[in-house]
Design a protein around this ligand. Structure first.
Ligand code: E4P
Length: 222
């Protein structure tokens, strides 16, 4: 599985990029707000600098197809043509996805709460599908059944679309999404940290260091 950080708090993004094997950063307008960002252009460029050549996913806000396409142009001018444009999987979003793909843009189909939406976004040529795991769970939809069905469709059709599972509130949701067939997961900084937070891990590493010291009268290998 490949991982991204689903966060825009600049200090957390920088630390996570330096710590975890991440391929990029995903954002949405709510994540930008929580990140305390106030200048869209400046702050997005800062995130692009942090990500470097990695993937950056930025969401449009417009509700109509033409508006989505205009915003996609602005985003690509601002932070690069390779930026993944997040388009909500709606009746207005599906034509925007197809037209962006025809222009050679990269597209993430977002706000996916159902198998049907994901099948349509795959047919529209989206590079990534972003099923919202925790939000589906809250809505009494089985997110793992949706991911399994979408993965079966992708494999059967032989298309390059990848499942970018999103909206995680705990580590178990991440590992269950991986088991269900998600190719990638985008995870907030707190859940990323929790992936390494078992107390047994630190105490095992402490015990190894203590045993090395006891055996060789040295704190480590010179
Ligand atoms: C992906 O980028 C989604 O927009 C995001 O994971 C949604 O997360 P939330 O359900 O915590 O708002």
């Amino acid at each position: 599985m490949q991982f991204l950080i689903d966060d825009a708090r600049l200090d957390r993004v920088e630390r996570a990029l330096n710590t975890f094997p991440l391929i990029g950063v995903t954002t949405n307008p709510s994540i930008l707000k929580v990140g305390g960002l106030t200048d869209f252009e400046r702050d997005l460029r800062t995130i692009r600098e942090l990500v470097g050549d990695g993937d950056l996913h930025v969401q449009v806000v417009a509700r109509d197809t033409e508006g989505m396409l205009r915003e996609a142009d602005t985003i690509r001018e601002l932070v690069g043509e390779s930026t993944l444009i997040k388009i909500p999987t709606t009746a207005a979003g599906l034509p925007a996805m197809r037209r962006l793909k025809a222009q050679g843009a990269r597209v993430t189909a977002t706000a996916i709460y159902s198998t049907a939406q994901g099948l349509l976004a795959t047919a529209a040529g989206a590079d990534y599908l972003a099923p919202y795991v925790n939000r589906m769970y809250n809505a009494d939809v089985d997110p793992y059944a949706v991911i399994r069905a979408l993965r079966q469709d992708i494999d059967r059709e032989g298309v390059p679309t990848r499942i970018l599972a999103a909206s995680f509130k705990n580590v178990k949701q991440v590992t269950d999404a991986a088991a269900a067939g998600a190719h990638t997961a985008t995870i907030g900084a707190d859940v990323l940290d929790a992936m390494l937070a078992l107390p047994q891990v630190e105490s095992a590493v402490d015990a190894f260091a203590a045993d090395f010291q006891a055996a060789f009268s040295a704190p480590g290998i010179a």
